[in-house]
Write a protein that binds this ligand. Structure first.
Ligand code: GLA
Length: 750
């Protein structure tokens, strides 16, 4: 059993294959967090708590004589406010009498096999895994507030998930002002915080800083998980690197406002609290009502950041993403957005489809502009019916044509939005999320729909279903193109307005769930102006998310690398787009663009009618190559091979197949040099006893003497042992040219 309760010592041991998590109930029934890390054979780790009488750290009344026992310094499993703990709290409350104090003590627990799903929220599915769960019931005697801390232990995957259910057992109404999914204290640690910040078209950039004595908050109040701060953070030892050192990951399975709060306290102890952001949040908890928080995914690895990423890649791919799309080959798509923007009609889309099919693409995605009067981005969101002026034959004519070319057909939607200039808004202005007494903040000239209203979700389900039923549609791109503001629901009473943002997220999940159930074969790709909602919540419904509106490969290296800390490449929507790039104007070779885009779901986003015949055959070759390596890339183990220092020169990464028989080594030089240092990397995760041979080489490097691409590269045919590649590494011949890239495929010899 992964979960053991030692009755005598009152300790819960949560054991996974390599890790252990301990909770101890002390003599005052305080739930203490005593350990998380490498397995320690269920030794009682409470000896680490030293009872020091610290000035200005008070004591609970019943232990006022024992001044070393202070809520201000004890490591708590779920921190509350008002009862002597001055560090950041996990739960906030305004009780019926106005008091804001909560003092949670252990009441009971249950341990079960399997896990219960969350109600209306995404979560980590049990699938075929051995999962055990612990429900730890805490209570505040005075107010009747009960908190059930839920732990699901994915034994073989070294993953623990946490969430909380908060129940009002009293006869009066209380108001929740904060309800985090988890809180955890780690004493005696000096750690670095790694988080993933960014902006539109530059998402999930990696930032690493040593923790200092203050509260650091990584958060979004934009109504989505946001381009700006991903709901995933890492705490790692100061000397941890990609391949060694202790690393802890905390990822929220949630797509709305979130906060990860990290505090290094007076005694050198770290607290992390993660959950829905408390900014503008409140939830009225009437007698008997329950509030359920989203789930957080916790992982620990002693094998550095690559080790931690591996745990997340596996759990996201196998237990979060919908099973239906896990093992099927997903199509290489072409999207018309950067090819045409709004300027298309039936004729041009058919021409694009013909050219794309000829180049070997497997699915055509018709992006924004096919519905209502949508001829630019100022109007028609919400009017989910075909614009027959542009597409007189309806959607089925296009879809049938695309299908007749042997390609699948996909369609763009932006369901949660409405323009003032739309039939929907003229009919239902009250459905927009806005404060009726103010002019709303506009962004892309659009407003949000109030997804907390059931009739809005019903309308969207019905209007989208009509389109999906009208043609053979295999894929939906689900967009979200603004940050939320003027959060006000026209149907919620004034004392429930603080619930609007979370109810919005629940409404979106409801619509996603209903569409998934009704159309289980339609694959969804999440999107929010690129990667503004790249989170495990969206991945529960869609196995891939458009990673960024920026597909320029040199910027994309950073975006995809940052994304890779928490999310597998099988989730990263990545396309080859035109050069010069539309976002930053940089010119790069087609092959460099392909090598970067292949480390994702792979596709194209330009006007294929403009391709030369050489480019067309080049693309055929790229698609064939991607398809040949499909399983290796999507299911193989991914390793980052370079750190930020060497990345001033080049970036390298690697895929290793599960059975270690194949390797795909990739390098892109971002600062090409004359008379250069030799690019050198040590490979990871290979079979030391095997001999690997380079059987294929794909490159955009220039042969300076010949003035050609590729010719003269000597790597092909090289045979090197796994032990040599991991210890001595691999030294590349110089890479010259414009952002030269090289992809080497190794196979294990007989
Ligand atoms: C967002 C998406 C783009 C495209 C446009 C259409 O920006 O990220 O890929 O779909 O919307 O308006």
């Amino acid at each position: 059993m992964a979960i053991i309760f030692d009755k005598e010592k009152k300790i819960f041991f949560l054991n996974t294959a390599h890790t252990e998590y301990q909770i101890k109930i002390n003599e005052y029934n305080m739930p203490l967090h005593t350990y998380y890390g490498d397995s320690v054979g269920n030794a009682d780790m409470a000896y680490l708590i030293r009872e020091l009488d610290r000035g200005f750290s008070g004591n609970s009344y019943e232990c006022r004589e024992k001044r070393g026992i202070s809520p201000d310094t004890l490591p708590f499993e779920y921190s509350s406010d008002g009862a002597g703990d001055y560090r950041v709290n996990a739960i906030g409350i305004i009780l019926n009498n106005g008091s804001r104090t909560l003092d949670l003590r252990y009441k009971s627990h249950s341990i079960e096999e399997g896990r219960a799903p969350l109600n209306g929220l995404p979560y980590v599915r049990a699938e075929e895994d051995k999962v055990s769960s612990l429900n730890l019931v805490l209570t505040d005697e005075c107010s009747g507030i009960e908190v059930v801390l839920i732990y699901n232990v994915f034994e073989d995957k070294d993953i623990i998930t946490r969430s909380a259910k908060i129940k009002n057992n009293s006869s009066v109404t209380h108001i929740l002002s904060k309800a985090a999914s988890m809180s955890m204290d780690m004493p005696y640690k000096r750690m670095d915080l790694i988080h993933f910040h960014g902006r539109h078209a530059m998402e999930r950039l990696t930032e690493r800083n040593e923790l200092t004595h203050d509260l650091q908050v990584i958060s979004s109040k934009r109504g989505t998980s946001s381009h700006h701060n991903n709901p995933f953070v890492i705490l790692c030892d100061h000397d941890a690197n990609e391949n060694s050192g202790s690393c802890y990951g905390f990822m929220l399975v949630y797509s709305g406002n979130h906060a990860e709060e990290i505090e290094l306290d007076q005694a050198g102890s770290i607290r992390i609290v993660s959950g829905i952001a408390d900014n503008n949040f409140s939830w009225k908890l009437e007698s008997g009502e329950v509030f359920e928080t989203p789930e957080a995914i916790l992982a620990y690895s002693a094998d550095g950041l690559n080790g931690l990423s591996y745990l997340y890649h596996r759990i996201i791919r196998e237990n979060v993403c919908p099973k239906e799309f896990r093992d099927i080959k997903r199509p290489v798509l072409i999207n018309n957005w950067e090819g045409t923007y709004f300027d298309f009609d039936e004729k041009s889309i058919i021409e694009i489809a013909d050219a794309a099919a000829d180049a070997g693409c497997e699915m055509l995605v018709l992006d924004d502009g096919w519905f209502g009067e949508r001829n630019d981005d100022n109007r028609a969101l919400g009017d989910w019916f075909v614009n027959e002026k542009k597409l007189p034959g309806g959607m089925s004519k296009i879809a049938d044509h695309v299908n007749s070319l042997g390609m699948k057909f996909g369609l763009w939607f932006e369901p949660e939005m409405v323009n003032e200039d739309s039939e929907l808004f003229r009919k239902h202005p009250e459905w927009a999320l806005r404060d009726p007494d103010r002019k709303p903040v506009m962004s892309r000239n659009q407003l949000l729909l109030d997804m907390s209203r059931k009739e809005v979700v019903d309308y969207l389900f019905e209007s989208m279903s009509k389109i999906l039923d009208s043609a053979n549609i295999s894929y939906i791109k689900w967009d979200f193109n603004r940050s939320v503001s003027n959060v006000y629901s026209n149907w919620l009473p004034e004392d429930r307005q603080g619930e609007t943002s979370h109810r919005f997220a629940l409404g979106t999940y409801d619509l996603l769930e209903r569409l998934r159930k009704a159309y289980p074969d339609i694959m969804m790709e999440g999107c929010s102006g690129g990667g503004g909602r790249f989170d495990a919540g969206i991945l529960f419904y869609s196995p891939q998310i458009w990673c960024s509106d920026n597909s320029e490969p040199v910027n994309r290296l950073k975006i995809q690398k940052g994304t890779s800390y928490g999310y597998p490449v099988s989730t990263m929507g990545s396309h080859v787009s035109a050069s010069p790039n539309h976002q930053n104007g940089r010119m790069t070779p087609l092959r460099t663009r392909a090598i970067v885009a292949m480390s994702g779901t792979f596709g194209y986003e330009f006007d294929p009618r403009k391709l030369s015949s050489e480019e067309r055959s080049e693309i055929k070759e790229q698609i064939a190559l991607f398809n040949r390596y499909y399983n290796l890339i999507q299911k193989g183990r991914y390793f980052r091979l370079t750190d930020s220092r060497s990345e001033e020169y080049f970036t390298a990464w690697e895929f290793v197949s599960e059975d270690k028989s194949e390797i795909l080594l990739n390098i892109v030089v971002t600062d090409v040099r004359a008379n250069p240092e030799i690019p050198h990397v040590k490979l990871l995760g290979l079979d030391p006893d095997a001999v690997y041979e380079i059987d294929n080489l794909f490159s955009s490097c220039q042969n300076l003497a010949a003035g050609t691409v590729d010719a003269g590269r000597k790597e092909k045919g090289m045979k090197i042992s796994g032990a040599a590649l991991m210890n001595g590494g691999f030294a590349f011949d110089p890479l010259y040219g414009v952002y030269p890239a090289l992809q080497l495929h190794f196979v294990k010899g007989a």
